[in-house]
Design a protein around this ligand. Structure first.
Ligand SMILES: Cc1cc2nc3c(=O)[nH]c(=O)nc-3n(C[C@H](O)[C@H](O)[C@H](O)COP(=O)(O)OP(=O)(O)OC[C@H]3O[C@@H](n4cnc5c(N)ncnc54)[C@H](O)[C@@H]3O)c2cc1C
Length: 350
């Protein structure tokens, strides 16, 4: 047996589980498909600033992320929301002062959300975590064998699928899982997987000088909701928006979305917004490690997440589900990823 526990997926849940197991003295191997760790947590770097292309926020009342932040000495900042809001109607006409700042009071991390990922990874044994390791099949013969796309295999006592459940459903399970389990995986929407983010970086946050918060709502698009994305680590300013164009309509249209988004920021925030020093576009629906075609239409509200009965005790407990979507209280969120990891660590160390 190569190890006790194979963790498939090096997003926040898989990394946090590895961190727990290491501290509990349980041997593990973590296998991550991408060339980087973090999964849905991803940042773009411009000079000394880091701009979130995945999650930006966490919230008061989320205890595990607060503990991590204090353990690693990370710096929390509040979402900038001082000043006037902007609203763009169907015709692209801009009005000021309507609505409310939907993210006021939300917390961000100086250096971007990836600073949490970097801190966890720095504490893990580099010999136990592997990037560019795409899992294709999992076999149960009383113990576990995991096959990788490059032909390697790894064996263990137990395996945790810390990947979005719909992505997990695409793995080849031998023997096949019960139809109810396979169906349950495919039925769970991956939180935010159908979304895309656009970020524009400027040499400073000029909208603040004009008394604007950077918050905007738009019925014209392509960005539906815009916020200040400035990183406290840098003098540069940034705005980000969630793209309102549906995933199937924006597929292959990245350049057109970017050009239209810059024009929109110009309408909302003035001429200076037309000349960003960098723009970034991240379409999560196009990332096969995150989304499947079922995620192209996002849920209208936050789903009621948690481990369904059909996914409990698979292969007599040798196969466990471990992404944020399995969390009963904070499912879908970063805090949910930490919640699932904490619960699994207790189970796996018994
Ligand atoms: C645009 C966007 C905005 C968001 N905003 C927020 C926010 O503000 N606040 C918040 O709390 N949450 C937010 N979220 C949700 C948050 O990102 C997730 O809850 C969290 O990152 C999930 O972590 P995870 O480890 O469970 O899953 P993931 O991050 O999806 O990690 C799964 C990992 O498995 C890997 N993988 C997949 N298939 C395989 C395979 N076959 N073999 C090996 N590895 C594989 C993937 O590459 C990935 O690294 C947002 C998400 C997105 C996309």
């Amino acid at each position: 047996m190569d190890t006790d526990v194979i963790i498939i997926g090096g997003g926040l849940s898989g990394l946090a589980l590895a961190d727990h197991l290491q501290r509990l003295g349980v041997d593990y191997r973590l296998l991550e498909a991408r060339s980087r760790f973090g999964g849905r947590v991803k940042v773009a770097k411009v000079e000394d600033g880091f701009f979130d292309l995945g999650p930006s926020w966490f919230w008061p009342g989320q205890p595990r992320i607060a503990d991590m932040v204090s353990r690693f000495g990370l710096t929390v900042t509040e979402q900038y929301s001082k000043g006037t809001l902007s609203f763009e109607d169907e015709q692209g006409d801009v009005q000021r002062g309507l609505g409310f700042s939907s993210m006021e009071g939300s917390y961000r991390l100086k250096g971007g959300m990836n600073s949490l990922v970097t801190a966890i990874v720095a504490g893990l044994d580099p010999n136990k975590i592997q990037a560019n390791a795409v899992v294709t099949a999992i076999h149960d013969n009383g113990h576990i064998t995991v096959d990788l796309a490059d032909g390697q295999s790894v064996t263990s006592r137990k395996v945790v699928l810390a990947v979005p459940p719909r992505v997990a459903a695409t793995v080849n399970f031998q023997p096949a899982l019960p139809a109810a389990a396979q169906g349950a995986m495919a039925a769970i929407p991956t939180w935010m997987a159908g979304h895309a983010k656009f970020v524009a970086v400027y040499d400073h946050a000029f909208w603040r000088d004009d008394g604007l918060s950077g918050d905007a709502m738009s019925r014209h698009g392509p960005l539906a909701e815009i916020h200040d994305a400035t990183d406290a680590n840098t003098q540069n300013g940034a705005l980000f928006g969630f793209v309102g164009v549906p995933a199937s309509a924006r597929a292959g249209q990245g350049d057109a979305v970017k050009a239209a988004a810059i024009a929109q920021l110009g309408r909302l925030f003035g001429k200076q917004a037309l000349s960003p020093k960098h723009v970034f576009y991240q379409d999560w629906a196009a990332a096969i490690e995150t989304a499947t075609a079922q995620d192209f239409t996002p849920p209208n509200s936050h789903p009621n997440y948690g481990l369904p009965n059909a996914l409990a005790n698979l292969w007599d407990g040798r196969l466990q589900m471990g992404s944020s979507e399995m969390a009963g209280q904070f499912g879908g969120f970063l805090e949910g990823a930490l919640e699932v990891a904490e619960n699994l660590a207790v189970d796996l160390s018994e």
